[in-house]
Design a binder for this molecule. Structure first.
Ligand code: C5P
Length: 231
């Protein structure tokens, strides 16, 4: 398993058009190196958006939260490998068989193409929902036991997960908000430094950067907070 030394910020490219997405990547790369493409942008533009980000030097976190029968998810994961995404998400609630099929498809396809395998990241409970105690932990444990590389969770759950799940795993935390910023629809939020302290490897940030008057200045603020928090 790939273990990361320094936590990184991922920009959630939750915008409407290819033009806006392209302008943001131009503005923020190489300070921000990974860009998250979700169902909105991918439904509108498909692989074109992934190729665009990669052509500019950026890496892609494909956040389509796969949840389907094992055969379908395995086939989709194989295609994502072909698109050379750095990481992708699946719903752990899809079950062990689905997760294991995804893991073997990712391995088989990356071996066949002789490229590195994307990190497979499990979604437990969306941060816009209230989680029942134990639910996130049970799902996270199941995901890692099925061979996933990491888990999406709120920074608030991070510390508990690090303590309770023995295996080393990649922690991805959305719901990052500066104290001064509202929560939007996120319920379990944390600041950049809280997320780093909770053991996050990748901090996913969308609206706090996207809605800033100057996204680059805001991104630099977050990066500064990130580097202070690591020391
Ligand atoms: O704008 P904001 O910073 O809230 O964006 C968070 C991003 O992380 C969104 O793209 C959302 O889809 C994603 N996400 C999340 N909670 C999860 C998984 C992904 O908020 N559990």
């Amino acid at each position: 398993m790939q273990k990361l030394n320094h936590p990184q910020i991922i920009l959630a490219l939750d915008v409407n058009t290819l033009k806006e997405a392209s302008a943001l990547v131009n503005k923020l790369y190489p300070r921000i190196k990974i860009f998250k493409v979700g169902s909105h942008l991918f439904t509108a533009y498909g692989p074109q958006i992934i190729k665009l980000i990669r052509a500019k030097g950026g890496e892609v976190f494909l956040d389509l939260k796969y949840f389907d029968i094992p055969n379908t998810v395995a086939a989709a994961v194989g295609e994502a490998v072909r698109l050379k995404v750095k990481m992708l998400t699946l719903h752990i609630s899809g079950g062990q068989e689905m997760l294991m099929a995804a893991v073997s498809a990712a391995k088989a396809q990356s071996n066949a193409l002789k490229i590195s395998r994307p990190l497979l990241i499990g979604v437990t409970v969306l941060t816009s929902q209230k989680a029942k105690s134990g639910q996130v932990l049970a799902l996270a444990g199941q995901g890692i036991a099925s061979g996933l590389d990491g888990i999406v969770c709120s920074a608030q759950e991070g510390e508990i997960l690090r303590n309770k799940i023995k295996a080393d795993f990649v922690m991805v935390t959305p719901g990052i908000r500066p104290d001064s910023f509202g929560k939007d629809d996120q319920k379990r939020t944390a600041t950049v430094s809280q997320a780093v302290k909770s053991g996050s490897d990748f901090l996913v940030i969308g609206r706090p950067i996207l809605k800033a008057g100057d996204p680059l200045t805001q991104a630099k603020e977050f990066l500064k907070e990130l580097s202070v928090a690591q020391n």
